[in-house]
Design a protein around this ligand. Structure first.
Ligand SMILES: Cc1cc2nc3c(=O)[nH]c(=O)nc-3n(C[C@H](O)[C@H](O)[C@H](O)COP(=O)(O)O)c2cc1C
Length: 386
């Protein structure tokens, strides 16, 4: 089942696994697939630690790193530094009040005046996660790429726009191919013009930031538009039959995300995991309530509130994450303590395939079952030919 992408990236099976958890990345890579670490949530120093751990764990097998460098960001130029104070000043009082009253309504104490909410210092002070909005700035993401290229990564990927020239130059100078996610044919053509080596055609079903065209329609469109560049299919792929469909559409491999969130190795919040295992494929929606751009996630009291009639509406990226990152952290913490309001609010990015994720399994087993079902599906189709 080798495809060109296996030779290009050096893995056994054409299955790429996006995850923020190093254990998932390492398990998939060790199992013969290709793990891709989502780096946006890390500071450069922390990323270096994670990648050192992965280097040890994978014993020379291939893995990659993914960043988000949005083409459009409110209040800042792409590639510019991240001025948290200036951006914080652009958050309307109405939005701060709405967030505080939402937290009060669900029994979570609002910040004291002058507290951390929306300060966005990006430093990850005690008990506070590093500010994701800072990682989204072009400057922050390019620093992450520099760190990644000091490790034996075999791929760097970017979402939310064509990768900037500096990213492509730095990767190519290190002989590392560049991939970019595309939700439309026009995006894919822009990526090709920018010099990417691999296009990830990601459909509407996918978890995380996504457009509005389904994988079934998008993949062949992009395959034809960018040929002979290789295309990976993403969105709605969690098992072998879906993988077989993606390969039939012309993809050289699959790029998966949601399916790894319910693996043993994933650090999915226990309350979120419970919701994922119970969810149906109707229980996700695209909402701007976490990042400011449409991202598919589980429906919860959080999305109901932000997308409901009393809401001032989410702010554009990066203001929305700057406003809500710390609140989301506090909600997760309260949900860990079993606080019922927090349990209602808590949610996370996940795709429509959440409806078929009903058991926790080791990542290696998920990969093996995917490949076995793929082989059976292809053999079954081939057997139906005269
Ligand atoms: C929890 C989660 C977080 C994600 N974060 C990112 C990200 O930071 N960068 C990125 O390129 N894609 C991100 N994605 C999208 C994945 O890379 C992938 O394209 C998508 O999950 C594929 O669709 P699926 O969820 O149906 O497998 C994320 C997906 C999920 C589920």
């Amino acid at each position: 089942m080798r495809t060109g992408i296996c030779d290009q990236l050096g893995m056994e099976y054409p299955v790429l696994a996006f995850s923020h958890c190093r254990d998932v990345v390492a398990a998939v890579t060790r199992g013969g697939g290709f793990g891709v670490l989502g780096a946006t949530v890390y500071s450069p120093e922390q990323l270096d630690i994670e990648l050192r751990w992965i280097d040890e764990a994978v014993g020379g097998k291939p893995y990659g790193v993914d960043v988000l460098i949005p083409e459009k960001l409110a209040g800042m130029e792409r590639g510019s530094g991240f001025d948290a104070a200036a951006l914080g000043g652009m958050i309307p009082e109405e939005h701060r009040r709405f967030l505080d009253s939402l937290l009060v309504e669900y029994g979570i104490e609002p910040d004291a005046p002058g507290g951390e909410n929306g300060d966005g210092d990006g430093e990850g002070s005690e008990g506070k996660p590093p500010n994701i909005a800072a990682g989204l700035s072009g400057e922050g993401a390019l620093r992450l790429i520099e760190v990644a290229l000091e490790h034996p990564v075999r791929l760097v990927a970017n979402a939310l726009g064509a990768p900037p020239e500096e990213m492509i130059k730095a990767a190519h100078a290190a002989d590392v191919p560049v991939a970019a996610l595309a939700g439309k044919r026009e995006h894919a053509l822009r990526h090709v013009a920018a010099g990417v080596d691999i296009v990830v055609a990601q459909g509407y079903e996918a978890g995380g930031h996504t457009g509005d065209i389904a994988t079934m329609v998008l993949v062949p469109e992009i395959v034809d538009a960018v040929a002979p560049l290789p295309v990976l299919a993403a969105g709605g792929i969690a098992r072998g039959r879906q993988m077989a469909a993606a390969m039939a559409l012309g993809a050289q491999g699959v790029w998966t995300g949601s399916v790894w969130l319910t693996t043993e190795e994933a650090e999915t919040h226990p309350a979120v995991l419970e919701k994922f295992l119970a969810a149906t494929s109707s229980d996700t929606l695209r909402s701007r309530s976490i990042t400011g751009k449409p991202a598919r996630q589980l429906k919860s009291a959080w999305t109901d509130a932000w997308d409901g009639p009393g809401s001032p509406g989410p702010l554009p990226m990066p203001l929305q994450p700057l406003l809500v990152d710390y609140a989301l952290h506090r909600i997760r913490r309260a949900a860990s303590a079993g606080q019922p309001g927090a349990t209602q609010l808590v949610n996370y990015f996940v795709g429509q395939v959440v409806g078929s994720l009903d058991a926790v399994r080791p990542a290696r087993q998920v990969l093996r079952e995917m490949i076995e079902e793929y082989v059976d599906a292809v053999a079954g189709l081939a057997g139906g030919l005269e």
